[in-house]
Design a protein around this ligand. Structure first.
Ligand code: ATR
Length: 274
């Protein structure tokens, strides 16, 4: 590891998953590969407001933010970038000479992962879920000119989000005919996450080989939906790809440098095996 000195820039992490996060190795190995004098460290947040004062008063360069702070932190910041403002949540805070600005790379991360397999413009995209994970993705699909239909258990959330981003909405019961016509299905609900590994909202009979299936759940990486989609001959984008690409986006914001993607990918693979 690079020697820490008086010029080392600190990137912190605020989130309840600070003990289990896979991100330490990914960022620190990337900093090392580019010989950047940065270090990525966990912070144990007790009082969020005081923790945010700490960013400013300790000269911390930036922090990554996750559950449960993504929305609550906004009231303590000095400003938001366009993505964080329209999404209404942040996943990073940059310290710009004492001004704390919130940003959000979640939507871009998901779309970069999907773009490994397909273009999005003009494609019929079903987004399943309109919560914390679904919302940024809805904006990003719309930005990329996908023909979006949002399907959510609570229809009024889907309706509201669809109206905001300019898409359609539907019920879970409508999924079968919609999937038949769709090019891309993005699963952005919490269904299928450990300990409910055997659950999926999509009956495997609905899957067809023309469909590209993206899963946002990354615990486990092989969710039931991913297994069913592979068995049905679909191309799949599993949850670790979004983890990687949102980290790549954040790295470039933190450092202003092009991310060493292969180094980050190898570090993620290793840390997922542990
Ligand atoms: P996250 O930040 O992971 O998106 P969230 O904001 O709580 O978590 O959102 C969870 C999403 O999964 C929502 O779209 C939720 O649907 P509702 O808006 O109806 O709550 C969806 N979800 C969770 N459990 C579900 C279930 N058993 N069946 C269908 N959808 C479910």
């Amino acid at each position: 590891m690079k020697k820490i000195d008086g010029n080392t820039k600190i990137i912190g992490f605020f989130g309840s998953t600070y003990k289990t996060s896979k991100m330490y190795a990914i960022y620190n190995q990337a900093f090392q590969a580019l010989k950047l004098n940065f270090v990525y460290v966990p912070f144990v947040v007790d009082d969020l407001q005081k923790a945010v004062y700490g960013i400013r008063n300790l000269g911390i360069h930036a922090v990554g933010v996750t559950v449960p702070f993504k929305t609550d932190i906004i009231k303590f910041l000095d400003g938001l970038d366009d993505d964080a403002r329209r999404i209404g949540a942040v996943n990073l805070v940059k310290n710009e000479a004492g001004r704390l600005i919130g940003g959000n790379t979640d939507g871009k991360g998901a779309i970069l992962a999907l773009k490994e397999k397909t273009e999005i413009s003009g494609k019929r995209v079903i987004l399943l879920g309109a919560g914390g994970a679904g919302r940024p993705i809805a904006f990003a699909v719309s930005d990329n000119c996908g023909k979006l239909t949002i399907v959510n258990r609570t229809k009024k959330t889907a309706k509201k989000l669809a109206a905001t981003v300019g898409g359609n909405f539907a019920y879970l019961n409508d999924l079968e005919p919609l999937i038949k016509e769709a090019d891309i299905l993005i699963q952005a609900t919490t269904v299928g996450m450990t300990p409910d590994e055997n659950k999926s909202l999509i009956d495997k009979k609905m899957l067809h080989p023309r469909l590209i299936v993206q899963e946002i759940v990354n615990k486990p990486i092989e969710t039931k939906l991913i297994k069913d989609a592979k068995a049905a001959g679909c191309q799949v984008v599993s949850g670790d790809r979004m983890l990687l690409w949102q980290a790549v986006e954040k790295f470039e914001i933190y450092t202003g440098k092009k991310a060493p993607i292969e180094v980050m990918e190898a570090a993620l693979k290793r840390s997922l095996k542990q």
